[in-house]
Structures are given as C-alpha cells and as structure tokens.
Design a protein around this ligand. Sequence first.
Ligand SMILES: *[C@@H]1O[C@H](CO)[C@@H](O)[C@H](O)[C@H]1NC(C)=O
Ligand SMILES: *[C@@H]1O[C@H](CO)[C@@H](O)[C@H](O)[C@H]1NC(C)=O
Ligand SMILES: *[C@@H]1O[C@H](CO)[C@@H](O)[C@H](O)[C@H]1NC(C)=O
Ligand SMILES: *[C@@H]1O[C@H](CO)[C@@H](O)[C@H](O)[C@H]1NC(C)=O
Ligand SMILES: *[C@@H]1O[C@H](CO)[C@@H](O)[C@H](O)[C@H]1NC(C)=O
Ligand SMILES: *[C@@H]1O[C@H](CO)[C@@H](O)[C@H](O)[C@H]1NC(C)=O
Ligand SMILES: *[C@@H]1O[C@H](CO)[C@@H](O)[C@H](O)[C@H]1NC(C)=O
Length: 551
Amino acid sequence: MDNKDLEAEIHPLKNEDRKSQENLENQSKNEDNLKSMPLQSRLSRCRTVAFFLSLFICLFVVFVVLFIIPCPDRPVSQGMWRVDYNAAVTYDFLAMEDVNRDRIQDILFLYKDTNSSNTFNRSCADEGFSSPCAFVAAVSGANGSMLWEKPVAQDVVLVECAVPQLRDSEASSACVLVGSPSPFLAVDVFTGETLWSRPSSFSRNASILSPLLQVPDVDGDGAPDLLILIQEEKEVNGHIYSGSTGHQIGHRGSLGVAGESGSLLHVTRTGAHYVLFPCEGSLCGCSVEGLYETVTGRDGPFKKDPHWENMLNATTHRMHLHSSGVVRYLMSVPGKAGKDVLLVSSEACELLDGQELVPRWTLRTSQVLRKPILGHYRPDALAVVIENGTGMDRQILLLDLSSGAMLWTHTLPSLPGGPPSASLPTADHRSAFFFWGLHEMVSTNEMETGAAQHSLYMFHPTLPRVLLELANVSANVIAFDVVLFEPSRHAAYVLLTGPVSSDVPGLVSVTKHKVQDLVPGSRVVRLGEGSSDSDQAIRDRFTQLRYRSEA
Ligand SMILES: *[C@@H]1O[C@H](CO)[C@@H](O)[C@H](O)[C@H]1NC(C)=O
Ligand SMILES: *[C@@H]1O[C@H](CO)[C@@H](O)[C@H](O)[C@H]1NC(C)=O
Ligand SMILES: *[C@@H]1O[C@H](CO)[C@@H](O)[C@H](O)[C@H]1NC(C)=O
Ligand SMILES: *[C@@H]1O[C@H](CO)[C@@H](O)[C@H](O)[C@H]1NC(C)=O
Ligand SMILES: *[C@@H]1O[C@H](CO)[C@@H](O)[C@H](O)[C@H]1NC(C)=O
Ligand SMILES: *[C@@H]1O[C@H](CO)[C@@H](O)[C@H](O)[C@H]1NC(C)=O
Ligand SMILES: *[C@@H]1O[C@H](CO)[C@@H](O)[C@H](O)[C@H]1NC(C)=O
C-alpha cells in the first residue's frame, strides 16, 4: 500500500477536507467560464454541428453495414439428409472432418461397389482395380452432397484418419489406408488426392492387427510416423513406416508372441512410449524404443521406463499383472496425472494406474463384450459407460472414472452386435448419452429372427429418471456416431447402414439426423416413479440442451 492511501485510511476526514476544497476550486472556475460567454457560445455551436455531423456519419456507416452490404453466405445446413448406394457393402468406419472448410463437419466413410456414385463417375478400373473395389467418400455434413470419392483398394483392412501430414511446409491431414492385397496409401482429407501409395509388403497369410498407431516422428521429417502390428506365422511383428512417404523404416521387428487386435500406444508419466496389446489371453507390451532398436539396429529418440521394463518379460513381452482373465479391450483414459489404462478382461473391468499399472478400482463382471465409452455424468468428472451382458439382460452401467463408483444403471435389452453407444458433451459440462436398445414392445419371436428394430435412446444426467426414444431403425447398423456439426445446437447422429454379410451387396445408406429435430416427435420413457413433469416439459428440457465440442 502506498503512503497516501495509508494516510487516507488513518485520517479519512482529512481526505474529505481535500475533496471539498477541490469542489470549491471547480466552482470558481465555472464562474470564470460564465464571464467569457459570447466566444464560448459560438464555439459550442460549432461543437454541436460537429457532433451531429459525426453522429450522422456514424449512423450512415451502421446502415450501410446493416442493409446495403450483404452478410457473407452461411451455408444452409439441412437437419436431415441421406446418401444411398443400391448394390454395395460397407465397413465399420466413420470419420468427421471439415473437408470443404465451411465450418460444418463433413463425413468420411468407405464402401465397396462396382462404380462410384453418379456425381464423380469413377470406376475401379480407373485406379487399376477389378470390380467391385473399395471407395473412400467424403460427403458434406451440411446437405449430403458428395465432396470427393475415389477407389482406393480392392478391399480395405485398416483405415485411420486425421494423420497429420506436412506438404509444402503446410500442415494437412490424411487418411491412411491398408488395402488388401495392396496398396498401402495416404489420401488427402481435403481433396481426396493420393499423397503416397506403396505396394504393401505383408505376406498373404499375415493378419493386420488394428488399430494403426501413430508414433512421434522418428525419421526427422516433422510428421508423426506409423506403427502397424501384423501377425505373421503366429507371431506379432511391428512395422514402422514414415508418415509422410509410406516408406518402411528398418525391417520388421518380432515381438515373439501371438497377439490380437486392439493395441494401444501408452505414454508413461516418465515420457516413455509403450505399445500394449492383448496376447494369448493376457496383456503384452514392448517399448517403442525397444522395437525401434530391433527394426533399425540403432538407438532411437524414445525413452524406456525402468519400472515398465521390470514388469515386462524380455523374451515373451508379457506383462506381470495382478489381475487375470483374457484381455478384451484396452483404452487410454485421462487420469489425475497423465494417462491411465482402462482394461476390460473376461473377469473384470479395471482402471490401471498409468505408471505403476496397479488397479485403482476393479468391477468384477465377466459379461462386458463391448468397448466402453467415456462421457461426463457429473460436471467435469469423467464417467465410463459399460455394457454388461447381451440380449434381454443387457445392463448399461455408468461409473465414475476416478473412483469406480456406480452412478447410474439401467437394463436395456439389445441384440448381440447391436449398434454402439455414444456421448456428446453438453454446455453444462455434462454429456448427453445415446444408447441403442430393443423396443419394449418387441416379441421374443422377432428377437429370434433378428428382424427386430433397434431404438435409439437419449439420456441426460440432469434427468436421471427419463430416457427419450428418438428413433426406430430396422436396417442393419454398421457404424453410428453422434457429432457436433457446428458449435452449440447442431448436434446430429450419423448412421451407416448396410448388408449384414460383406459377400452379399445391398442397400448402403449414410444418414444424418439433427437431434433437436427428433426431440418433438420422441417418446418419453419413464424409469420408475419420481418425475412429475409432463412429457412436453421433458421434451422442452431436451430441446433446450446446448452442446459443446470435445476439448
Ligand atoms: C459402371 O460404369 C461403367 C462405365 O462407366 C458402365 O459401363 C457400367 O454399366 C457401370 N456399372 C454399374 C453397375 O453402374
Ligand atoms: C462417365 O464416364 C463414361 C465413360 O467413362 C462416359 O461415357 C460418361 O459420359 C461419363 N459421364 C459423366 C456424367 O461424366
Ligand atoms: C451443399 O452445401 C455446399 C456447401 O457446404 C454447397 O457448396 C453446395 O452447393 C450445396 N449443394 C446443394 C445441392 O445444396
Ligand atoms: C499360408 O498358410 C497356409 C496354411 O495355413 C500354408 O500352407 C502356406 O504355406 C502359407 N503361406 C505363406 C506364404 O506363408
Ligand atoms: C520370461 O518368460 C519365460 C517363459 O515363460 C520364463 O522362462 C522366464 O523365466 C521369464 N523371465 C523372467 C525374467 O521372468
Ligand atoms: C453383469 O451381468 C451378469 C449377468 O448378465 C450379472 O451376473 C452381473 O452381476 C452383472 N454385473 C454387474 C456389475 O452388474
Ligand atoms: C418406435 O416404434 C414404437 C412401436 O413400434 C412406437 O410406439 C414408437 O412411438 C416409435 N418411436 C419413435 C420415436 O418413432
């Protein structure tokens, strides 16, 4: 505090004295002003003119901006659209990106057909494939118009989008695809142009394990590089490729054990990169540094973690874990410090500490046959959605991620292989959840024939005793997601439906439906007593929901 203030606090009256003195001085000045009136009045008239003139100019500018210069055209977004292919099959893949840079998310998907849609008139033969072949397509999220599509391979076994690329020193994004039998290529997300294409070097018997992993830049070109795990002759091999050219770095590196899809790239709290994957009923792993040394024969830019090296058997690459059971899913989830690992096995769901790999909590349940998803049940606190069981007993459990405490549970029957759940953050720092289930009125007869329709339910934690049935779908759902197309209100679901078998072509459709348009026609499902609001009041609450983008 400076001295003046201090003094003022000690002698508040003195301060007031000074103020009244100032007032007196001001008064005497005003009296002086009154004496020089004639000159002043001429000046004040000038001032008035200047004031009105500038006011007029301001208003004129405002009117020009408001009415004469037109607003830039905002693309009109349709609440619902649908794209059909009559004799095609499709893949479990959907990606969102603003392809045409109109600030509305667009949709990328894959299908297998003889020709592309009529808009682009591309055939498999154009790229040297026999018919039918796999196409990548990008459709506008605003109105479903085709932005680009192109044949990429005979068949696609692995695809990953949002892979950063450096082209002409400009940051770009690519979808990397592994075709069967060949090629291995990257396609520019914004133009559909092929960035690079290489014949793939995998043997015919090899099975490629998903997903495609992105490791930090090892070849020094500024773009992340790619790691693919491939099972060749009952052994998993790691292959590292340059992300910007597709060239293989070194040779294949054997991990000495058979594995399955569902691998995960984990960064420990000490900054070491490890690949984890389900293997022969347990969890295996290896450091990216170790793998890099194996494939190139020299030291790489990565770290190893002494604790993790102790936990890994150097010959079998198996992890020494406290838990047992066949590993089904691995997920990297945000923890208190760095990432933790959520592990779903045939005996339990466990949250493992990302550094020590000891369980933070365990939920004993053997029936989890689907990869969990995350969302917020309480404001800013992550929750995990676990589906326990299939058929008539399927339960949806929402658990607090940090403690494993049960937050909400509901039995919602579903067929095995029904569409997956989704969540979308809302403006109140919670999430809206979307679950699929069989309609209550469905008969066991329909269930047996598999002809039953799936219903899409929406749930928000502020209305825990209510589900909103948004839609009924009888087609076979291949992929589903809920996406925020534009900030705030434009949340919509995207549904990819197609034939059950990839050998029998049929109708393939991509549909977008805005959530807010579905709410007025939805059915309110009450879960027990407790909510006295009318159906309309509940629908209004859902209509008023605002969404935010994942950050
Ligand atoms: C595919 O395109 C070729 C040439 O453009 C045409 O001859 C053929 O009839 C088309 N096939 C289908 C199924 O549309
Ligand atoms: C499509 O391609 C075929 C043969 O390549 C050609 O005859 C036809 O005119 C093309 N159609 C359009 C709309 O470009
Ligand atoms: C669809 O929207 C895009 C912009 O997102 C626009 O360029 C195109 O003309 C629209 N097409 C139709 C058929 O409305
Ligand atoms: C592929 O597997 C079959 C049987 O599993 C075997 O006979 C064949 O030699 C293998 N081919 C290669 C190239 O390894
Ligand atoms: C690694 O596993 C092999 C085979 O199970 C075993 O013989 C060996 O003792 C293990 N090594 C260590 C350090 O535990
Ligand atoms: C999961 O489902 C099985 C049977 O479907 C049941 O026995 C078990 O109690 C459930 N687990 C939890 C945690 O609800
Ligand atoms: C779904 O179908 C059931 C009966 O088949 C019907 O009662 C319900 O209103 C439908 N829901 C919607 C949202 O259309």
